[in-house]
Design a protein. Structure first.
Length: 100
């Protein structure tokens, strides 16, 4: 996460995991935390936009044939960045969020 502010990125919905990433996880073996931390497990590109702009951004994306969904929200709380993937019960603290 490149933002300098101590935001909490709370992921409430995740996409279907591509077959090749399921294979890597199962046969690696690669832990769930490592899989989501390193491979993103099919999430692809993420945009963080203001709630008021969601409709306009969705219209543009869909007009260009792109798939999208609202994955979660961002909160400013505390003094440390984190990513929480609620469906998988995973939390990544600021120490693990450096660009890899």
């Amino acid at each position: 996460m490149r933002a300098t502010e101590p935001f909490a990125y709370v992921i409430e919905q995740i996409p279907e995991v591509p077959t090749v990433l399921k294979f890597i996880q199962e046969h690696g073996p690669v832990s769930m935390k490592e899989s989501y931390g390193n491979f993103n497990m099919g999430a692809g590109f993420a945009l963080y936009i203001a709630k008021a702009d969601v409709g306009a951004v969705a219209e543009i994306a869909l007009g260009h044939g792109m798939e999208l969904f609202i994955a979660g929200s961002i909160w400013k709380r505390g003094e440390e960045k984190c990513v929480e993937i609620l469906p998988k019960h995973l939390v990544y603290g600021s120490e693990s969020l450096a660009v890899r």
